[in-house]
Design a protein around this ligand. Structure first.
Ligand SMILES: [Zn+2]
Length: 507
């Protein structure tokens, strides 16, 4: 199997805490160290020597050795390697805090506890439960790691969409006061059980049916427990300015820090408008509101095929959606609205939409809707493409990649000091489907392309965006810095060679 990019070594030795679950490999490495114990007990478990430390603060690198004991960084300085049970020569490479990916979708992580696609890009901690999707029983979800230790630390948000679905299914209406109370109680319990905040997915069913007020009330509950509000906004293309204003309003009214997820300009007609969206964040921060964003560093997004359809057409679930599409009048209305949306976004057809994973016919994986329409229907005009989308929706939907962004906007957003690097990826089985390369190469791409090749960011600032900034934003105490007393989640890499090898064609 092809290794998607070069990565020298990832080390992580962690201790279990209430929110963050210790890694399986941490225990393995500690056991290995014990077997090499000598007669006079060494001071430390492990010493990393000859390191150039990028400590996560953004400060310039410095040369030192790092000693680790009991899963913590015990000492930084000149340290005799003989004082450790074992040692690793970093050979003058960069030693940084393990990367913290605050925008993951790893509800299925216990099926792939090695989380290899994340570990291979240097990620040692994940925040899942984003975009309105999470487990609602947070204690049970995090507790599973006792029986099934994970290779990474795991934290979760509690998702508005999941809570709403549990209380009122996929209903397209406002909650009754009783339902609102039930949702608040679920958020409260999740926060008590260790959730790091509340997430929303306001383009998805059922989050899209919620008015601002409903979210504010739930965010207040999360705020009372020190949580953050992470949002996949109501719009990222047409309507993005309004959506940012709504996110800020929720933060202001609920008195909660806001993190806008996968910040982007997802409409060809709005390319270049990142200066205005960034301006809104600056303005909010200027008023004393804590607003940050996270970003994956590609010009394509990835989400469901369903998100191409208007939300009213999806209400109640797929069976009801199929019934609507079977009715000629409603089918015509769905098609008309989709054409309008397409036009408003500046695209003439669905060539920008590429299938990542389609179970009924994996041969579609990697092909655009236009290409599939041509093969499957013998024509590739817009109506044929819409028919193709309806057919795939009815057959269960598909995972998609949407090439809708501009590199200039990606760069402008990346430069902002409050932008974190996060993948928006799930745990991956290598070789399955043609998923978005962000799940294999996001962090390496920043360090290779945007730091070394384009010099858009300094190495130290890029590492800060992957470590201390996410730890600070999501309250992941004692992580994200190479500092004495902090968790010994470390990553070692060669900044002269690190690069992403995962492509859209061959992730
Ligand atoms: Zn999202």
């Amino acid at each position: 199997m092809k290794i998607p990019f070069r990565f020298t070594l990832t080390l992580f030795v962690t201790l279990s805490t209430a929110l963050l679950i210790a890694s399986a490999l941490g225990f393995i490495s500690l056991r290995a160290q014990q077997s090499t114990q000598t007669a006079s007990a060494p001071l430390y478990d492990l010493i990393v020597t000859n390191a150039r430390i990028v400590d996560g603060t953004g400060n310039p690198w410095f040369r030192a050795d790092v000693a680790i004991k009991d899963g913590r960084i015990a000492r930084i300085g000149r340290i005799d390697p003989k004082q450790g049970r074992t040692s690793i020569d970093a050979k003058n490479q960069i030693v940084a805090p393990g990367f913290i990916d605050v925008h993951a979708h790893v509800e299925s992580i216990y099926e792939l506890p090695e989380a290899e696609n994340f570990v291979r890009m240097g990620v040692t901690s994940l925040v899942t439960g984003n975009c309105g999707f999470s487990e609602t029983d947070v204690a049970e979800f995090l507790g599973r790691s006792k029986d099934k230790p994970l290779a990474v630390n795991l934290a979760t948000l509690v998702a508005h969409g999941a809570v709403r679905r549990k209380v009122m299914n996929q209903e397209n209406r406002a909650p009754t006061p009783e339902e609102q109370k039930q949702m608040e109680a679920l958020v409260e319990q999740a926060m008590k059980d260790g959730a790091v905040g509340l997430s929303t997915g306001l383009i998805y069913v059922p989050g899209t049916y919620a008015k601002t007020d409903e979210v504010v009330k739930l965010a207040r509950v999360a705020a009372a427990h020190g949580g953050v509000y992470a949002t996949h906004m109501r719009a990222e293309g047409n309507g993005v300015m309004e959506a940012i204003r709504e996110s800020i309003q929720i933060g202001e009214q609920a008195q909660i820090p806001v993190d806008i997820s996968h910040f982007k300009i997802s409409s060809k007609k709005l390319w270049g408008k990142s200066s205005e969206t960034i301006g809104l964040i600056h303005e909010a921060r200027g008023r004393g509101l804590s607003v940050t964003v996270d970003q994956y560093v590609y010009t394509a997004s990835s989400t469901s095929l369903d998100s191409l359809l208007p939300s009213w057409a999806l209400a109640g679930g797929r069976t009801q959606g199929k019934t609507r599409l079977a009715d000629p009048t409603q089918r015509e209305r769905v098609a008309r609205e989709m054409k309008d949306t397409l036009k408003q976004s500046g695209f003439k057809d669905f060539a920008y939409a590429v299938v990542a994973g389609y179970e009924p016919n994996p041969a579609y994986n990697g092909q655009s809707i236009r290409e599939i329409a041509k093969t499957a229907r013998g024509k590739d005009n817009l109506d044929a493409q819409l028919e193709q989308i309806f057919e795939m929706y009815a057959a269960g939907g598909a995972g998609m990649i949407y090439h809708k962004m501009s590199e200039d906007d990606v760069k402008a957003i990346m430069r902002e000091p409050w932008t974190m690097i996060a993948s928006d990826s799930g745990v991956r089985r290598f070789g399955e489907g043609v998923p978005h390369p962000r799940g294999y190469g996001n962090n390496a791409r920043v360090l290779g392309r945007y730091v070394r090749e384009l010099r858009l960011l300094s190495l130290e600032d890029a590492v800060r965006k992957m470590t201390s900034l996410p730890a600070q934003t999501f309250n992941l105490g004692n992580r994200g810095l190479v500092r004495e007393g902090f968790a010994a989640d470390l990553v070692i890499f060669d900044e002269n060679t690190i690069s992403d090898r995962a492509t859209f064609e061959q992730p």
